[in-house]
Design a protein around this ligand. Structure first.
Ligand code: HEC
Ligand code: HEC
Length: 222
């Protein structure tokens, strides 16, 4: 993009005027796009996402130290995935591998890869409140009794790995992962309640899945 601007402006002889205009445009565009992420392109995201599948595309792949399953992303809210990647990028979520991954991506690439990895958001029938264990009742107002986030900024928990949910709730409890709502909620949970809610949400179907790997030795890449 910037090279195009430059070569065309050199040709036209308006180089400095266009560079100033380009600079002004970029500084105007930045704050607006920080509020509203750009629309993602799943095709581009699939190319970027290839490296991500080394971990997120392998069934049951686990983080080594500490030991817990790498989160499932297929069916997750794309808005939440974009938020999560921005949080890894700016350090609100501390995880060295994901920090480096997110740091290497532009805002557009984050939207693209989130759109590809999330795919079609998972949907499910409502679950009656009577089926929800007492410890998970408070969670349902945002994450749904059926485990599907009630709005795009609330992650879907249905079908997420149990070990990941337990890990994350402890991270919110200790403040290692920062989020005002979840820090307050996790503080009030006992270890027994964490076990109950993680078991409940992880077993809900339909739910999240591991992203299928599009390229294998035998496929044509489609
Ligand atoms: C080396 C393995 C590895 C690679 C490669 C990797 N991830 Fe991750 N990813 C993880 C782990 C482990 C976590 C959970 C980290 C935590 O506890 O916060 C995670 C978390 C995430 C989350 C947050 C999910 C949630 O439910 O909150 C997103 C989004 C994500 N990764 C996207 C990506 C993208 C996009 C790429 C490629 C650009 C990528 N990851 C590459 C291991 C990996
Ligand atoms: C008022 C709304 C609200 C309620 C109630 C709530 N959450 Fe959350 N939850 C959120 C938001 C917002 C996030 C995303 C925070 C972030 O980006 O770290 C979140 C994130 C999470 C995550 C991380 C998901 C991931 O993929 O990494 C887990 C796990 C979770 N909540 C579990 C629970 C449980 C269990 C309860 C009930 C005990 C609960 N939440 C109640 C709003 C809520």
């Amino acid at each position: 993009m910037s090279e195009l601007w430059l070569s065309s402006s050199v040709r036209s002889g308006w180089r400095s005027a266009l560079l100033i205009a380009a600079g002004a445009f970029a500084s105007l565009a930045a704050p607006a796009s920080a509020q509203q992420p750009p629309a993602g392109n799943a095709h581009q995201g699939r190319i970027i996402g290839y490296t991500c599948l080394g971990c997120h595309g392998i069934q049951g792949y686990r983080n080594a130290y500490p030991d817990y399953a790498v989160p499932r992303l297929r069916g997750q809210s794309v808005t939440y995935l974009i938020n999560a990647l921005n949080e890894y990028r700016n350090g609100q979520r501390a995880f060295p591998t994901m920090h480096l991954q997110a740091l290497s991506l532009s805002e557009q690439q984050i939207a693209d890869v989130a759109t590809y990895l999330g795919g079609k958001p998972v949907t499910a029938k409502p679950v009656p409140a009577s089926k929800v264990p007492a410890a998970a009742a408070v969670c349902a107002s945002c994450h749904g009794a059926n485990g599907i986030g009630v709005a795009p900024m609330y992650p879907t928990l249905a079908g997420q790995h149990e070990s990941y949910l337990i890990r994350v709730l402890h991270e919110y409890q200790t403040g290692y992962r920062q989020n005002p709502i979840m820090n307050a909620i996790a503080h009030s949970l006992t270890n027994e309640q964490i076990r109950i809610v993680a078991a409940y949400f992880s077993r809900l179907e339909p739910g999240l899945h591991t992203v299928p790997r599009p390229y294998t030795r035998w496929s044509s890449g489609h």
